[in-house]
Design a protein around this ligand. Structure first.
Ligand code: NDP
Length: 310
């Protein structure tokens, strides 16, 4: 019998159990892992990928639905196949978006802080008032998988009107929410709550800038769960600090992590989370399993469960 040549797989980060087990069970692979939550140092990466099939480079499997971190032109040129993890994180990310919206518009971090620091004295009619969703207009930038899942969750809060933007109208998806397709300036001007849920592309980079914030209502709340670079953070800081807009909630920033001395962190009306959109145990496990199966299928020359169409 001819000896079977094992394919070398090098995993560059500690991943959840389901993905790890799927790789370990693959009889045709020899798996090595950088067993740390922290990014692998360059030297260790070079050592680990020496001889790995992925590094030749045939297949990239990213444990994310976003693929803005990949050099797509080069990948296309070299005929590399890419696996990614759409759908399995949609509900979890939408849940986080709604949590962040409610946290921001009802000023929960400020309120929690006041309980701890003695600022809570008596019941006061106007103290810590925020903005509620009932009878509001919600604008969603990017009515994709996550954008729709957010709208679906917000509808029962009594939202009166949904607006959305994108490259083109999506009448079939929009029908569920009677969402109206509008231009970006119209969405900025008419929405009480704006949620950014689009992908980061050259067209969306810096989309939310000074002009955009200028058009927003002074009582409006801005939420971004897509990618930090969709927002011009200096312009957002000015809009928040000057009271041009009421508040912002960000799950994503530029850069990540955001330096602890960043001006946005000095503002009470800005809530910042460390990119935890898909961070539940169940979802991260499912993502790791899908990423492992994408990788194995790619290495074996089989159809991937979720392959990015390049
Ligand atoms: P989809 O591909 O389903 O949706 C992407 C959306 O972006 C589409 O609605 C698309 O609208 C919209 N879009 C693209 N170009 C433009 C544009 N020029 N202007 C306005 N909208 C545009 O992806 P998902 O919903 O699954 O994910 C969306 C993004 O969310 C990901 O790319 C990722 O960056 C981010 N994400 C963040 C997470 C987190 O942890 N915070 C977790 C998961 C994802 P149309 O096609 O109609 O133009």
């Amino acid at each position: 019998m001819r000896p079977v040549r094992l394919m070398k797989v090098f995993v560059t980060r500690r991943i959840p159990a389901e993905g790890r087990v799927a790789l370990a069970r693959a009889a045709d692979c020899e798996v090595e892992q950088w067993d740390s939550d922290e990014p692998i140092p360059a030297k260790e990466l070079e050592r680990g990928v020496a001889g790995a099939h992925g590094a030749n480079l045939k297949v990239i499997s990213t444990m994310s639905v976003g693929f803005d971190h990949l050099a797509l032109d080069e990948i296309k040129k070299r005929g590399i196949r890419v696996g990614y993890t759409p759908d399995v994180l949609t509900d979890t990310t939408a849940e986080l978006a709604v949590s962040l919206l409610l946290t921001t518009c009802r000023r929960l971090p400020e309120a929690i802080e006041e309980v701890k620091n003695g600022g809570w004295t008596s019941w006061k009619p106007l103290w810590l008032c925020g903005y509620g969703l009932t009878q509001s207009t919600v604008g969603i930038i990017g009515l994709g998988r996550i954008g729709q899942a957010i709208a679906r969750r917000l509808k029962p809060f009594g939202v009166q009107r949904f607006l959305y933007t994108g490259r083109q109208p999506r009448p079939e998806e929009a029908a569920e929410f009677q969402a109206e397709f509008v231009s970006t300036p119209e969405l900025a001007a008419q929405s009480d709550f704006i949620i950014v849920a689009c992908s980061l592309t050259p067209a969306t980079e810096g989309l939310c800038n000074k002009d955009f914030f200028q058009k927003m209502k002074e009582t409006a709340v801005f939420i971004n769960i897509s990618r930090g670079d969709v927002v011009n953070q200096d312009d957002l800081y000015q809009a928040l600090a000057s009271g041009k807009i009421a508040a912002a909630g960000l799950d994503v920033t530029s850069p990540e992590p955001l330096p602890t001395n960043h001006p946005l962190l000095t503002l009470k009306n800005c809530v910042i989370l460390p990119h935890i959109g898909s961070a539940t145990y169940r979802t991260r496990n499912t993502m790791s399993l899908l990423a492992a199966n994408n990788l194995l299928a790619g290495l074996r020359g089989e159809p991937m469960p979720s392959e990015l169409k390049l």
